[in-house]
Design a protein around this ligand. Structure first.
Ligand SMILES: [Zn+2]
Length: 303
């Protein structure tokens, strides 16, 4: 399973599926997770109606993102003409090259974008894009190497029976350079929509709320973080890779006091409904209580 954040899908819609094919860009994710949380566009790529060749600038941009954000390069997304939603034979060669130059990658995430139609529910490796088209999710793996003892067995047999020579050639040599590309189930992590709703609600009145996104690794677990800075308070939501099935951690900082005080706020997470209000509904009371206490200069209580 590959999880794409709604922000990544929205960016792919803006930079790829809004245009005629082929176009592409890089995908970065939270290390040691299956969450793709950053799309890096590639406007300098060499492209035609049937070719997408990533630019060197994309590589530089990816390296900068990896260093700056602590994210990891996961793969490349690109569009195809018509309804051709499978990787081509040239794509497979490119996937293998990418795996070879990125030895730290166990797998290479390589979705194909087509604009022929939206996703259909029966296809678990498809997601609809805005304003049009679909993402079809694939993952490429390194080819399996023939085991030495098996090689010897085939060598002996091929000598004994020359008509098996072609099988020997195929077994020992043939599969070595063929990358394994499999359709991969995928889902959407709706962070952007949910945070936009929280931000809207916190910003009521004259107080603006500034939002910054990030990533943090704590005690072996990885989280996508969203920091909302308002008048006299900071709210940090730490989303696990299993969101929205698992609730985020909610940290509240009263920045009016000296020194500022950070507490984790508790809230109930019983609804798994996919609508945008779900996060705000869950955290609203504990957040509003904490902010009210913060504004009147009282210590923040445990909710
Ligand atoms: Zn292609």
């Amino acid at each position: 399973m590959i999880v794409y954040t709604d922000q990544v899908l929205s960016d792919i819609g803006v930079h790829i599926s809004s245009f005629e094919p082929e176009r592409g860009g890089a995908l970065l994710g939270i290390p040691f997770s299956n969450v793709v949380c950053r799309f890096v566009p590639d406007p300098e790529a060499y492209t035609s109606g049937s070719v997408y060749q990533p630019s060197e600038k994309l590589q530089d941009r990816v390296q900068q993102e990896e260093l700056k954000q602590g994210l990891q390069f996961f793969g490349i997304v690109h569009s195809h003409p018509g309804g051709f939603s499978q990787p081509s034979s040239q794509d497979r060669v490119a996937f293998l090259n990418s795996l070879n130059v990125n030895p730290h990658l166990a797998a290479f995430v390589a979705p194909i974008i087509t604009m022929d139609r939206s996703a259909v529910q029966e296809q678990s490796n498809e997601i609809s894009l805005t304003p049009r088209g679909r993402l079809t999710s694939y993952v490429a793996y390194r080819p399996k190497r023939a085991v030495e003892i098996e090689k010897n067995k085939w060598l002996r047999r091929s000598r004994e029976a020359p008509n098996l020579e072609h099988l020997f050639q195929k077994y020992v040599h043939g599969d070595k350079e063929t990358v394994s590309v499999v359709p991969m189930d995928c889902s959407v992590m709706p962070i952007d929509a949910h945070i936009a709703c929280v931000t809207r609600n916190l910003a009521t009145g004259e107080t603006p709320v500034h939002r910054t996104s990030g990533f943090i690794s704590l005690a072996g677990s990885s989280f996508h973080t969203e920091t909302l800075r308002g008048d006299g308070f900071d709210v940090i939501l730490m989303f696990p890779p299993t969101y929205p099935f698992t609730k985020p951690a909610l940290l509240f900082t009263n920045s009016t006091g000296k020194p500022s005080e950070t507490r984790e706020l508790e809230f109930n997470w019983s609804s798994l409904a996919a609508h945008d209000q779900v996060l705000w509904n869950a955290v609203a009371k504990s957040l509003v209580d904490a902010i009210e206490h913060s504004r009147v200069g009282l210590p923040v209580s445990h909710a």
